[in-house]
Design a protein around this ligand. Structure first.
Ligand SMILES: *Cc1c(COP(=O)(O)O)cnc(C)c1O
Length: 370
């Protein structure tokens, strides 16, 4: 038995005891009761996204979040299409890498990692590339914690006639999103982020009129979202191939707990309060956040090392001994670390965390010379 740490990470994250307990049942993937749980989850995902079941469908896919990103790109974009990707961090770059694996034409619009994607730059590049058919961007770029402005960019891409893909992996269910109003054709997320389930599957909320036209596009059998949706629709929630049964039970429990909390607005309010408490407390301890507060998401925050000789590994180990698991940094241009504020994490946890950081101090790397 290992100790339970509070995971201050962007997923897998700390789940409730009741979500973990929900996994203590074995189901057959052919069983009607089990498939009814999948159907309930699919309906609830549409409710969370505030989209009508006549226009959108939830497709669940085995694997981590990247599987669904890869599945969406190859299902949505035909071999002769061109995907434009707005990139300001590792997850945007991952989309670009997926296109390379698929030998799919793509136009990357690269921004600085510490600034958000902006519509004027995207529109300018688009004007130079009339071959572009599809557009993709990241909502919360978990690399830094920046919340990109899908509210301005997506409607403009839609108005230009492009099919739109949003990676809302780390924001869906924690930040309100209006796919129908914005014109999002494919919205991607996974079970183990703001939904507060455990890892094992991802999902795509797809506009039916868009995905209906994608038959035969996929270059991979397992990641064919059109085929996955067709099977789920035709067989009342049955997954193609083995589904992660225990993970689905945990997700159904997590969904019930999300509604009991008050839905996305209440969860957003809790995460926002966590994040503000964290950054205020960290600033008082001498840790500055890297992202401008105007673009900072409530999901995860990047902090610059307080000094050039700050020893993150020592800090990480000491914080772990205090029961808190922090997250290494991912910003290319400066030394940083991250603290997530999502999951079953509450104000009292942030108070305890800040007290522990104050007690630990700022370990520095011992220099060789005396
Ligand atoms: C977590 C995450 C993913 C998926 O990562 P996996 O490790 O494959 O689950 C994709 N995009 C964003 C923005 C994420 O935060």
């Amino acid at each position: 038995m290992t100790a339970d740490y509070l995971l201050l990470t962007p997923g897998p994250l700390t789940t409730t005891a009741t979500v973990k307990a929900a996994m203590q049942h074995d189901y057959s993937t052919w069983d009607h009761d089990y498939n009814a749980i999948t159907q309930g989850l699919r309906r609830d995902l549409l409710t969370l996204a505030n989209v009508p079941a006549s226009d959108y469908a939830a497709v669940l896919l085995q694997g981590s979040g990247s599987y669904a990103v890869e599945g969406t790109i190859q299902t949505a974009v035909p071999a002769n299409g061109t995907l434009m990707i707005a990139i300001n961090g590792a997850y945007g770059r991952r989309m670009s890498e997926i296109c390379d694996y698929l030998h799919l034409a793509h136009v990357d619009v690269v921004f600085d990692e510490t600034t958000p994607v902006t519509l004027p730059r995207v529109a300018e590049v688009l004007a130079q590339h009339p071959e572009v058919t599809h557009f993709a961007m990241i909502h919360c770029e978990t690399t830094t914690g920046i919340l990109n402005p899908i509210e301005t960019v997506i409607p403009a891409m839609k108005a230009h006639g492009l099919t739109t893909i949003v990676d809302a992996m780390s924001s869906f269910a924690g930040v309100p999103i209006a796919p129908a109003t914005l014109g999002i054709d494919y919205l991607i997320s996974s079970a183990n982020k703001c939904l507060q389930g455990v890892p094992g599957f991802a999902f795509v909320i797809a506009r039916r009129a868009a995905i209906a036209q994608t038959k035969g596009n996929a270059r991979s059998l397992s990641l064919d979202l059109f085929a996955q949706l067709t099977t789920m629709d035709a067989h009342a929630g049955k997954w193609r191939f083995t589904s992660p049964t225990h993970v689905v039970l945990a997700a159904a429990q997590a969904m019930a707990e999300l509604f009991a909390e008050g839905g996305v607005p209440a969860r957003n309010a809790r995460y926002t309060a966590n994040q503000q408490h964290l950054t205020t407390g960290m600033a008082a301890l001498g840790f500055e956040q890297i992202v401008d507060a105007a673009w900072q998401s409530p999901i995860i925050t990047s902090f610059a090392f307080p000094s050039a000789d700050f020893d993150f590994d020592a800090f990480y180990q000491t914080m772990k001994a205090h029961g808190f698991v922090l997250y290494p940094g991912k910003v290319s241009q400066c030394a940083s670390f991250r603290i997530g504020t999502i999951g079953d994490v509450h104000d009292a946890d942030i108070t305890r965390l800040l007290a522990a950081i104050a007690a630990v101090g700022k370990p520095v790397v011992a220099t060789a010379s005396a």
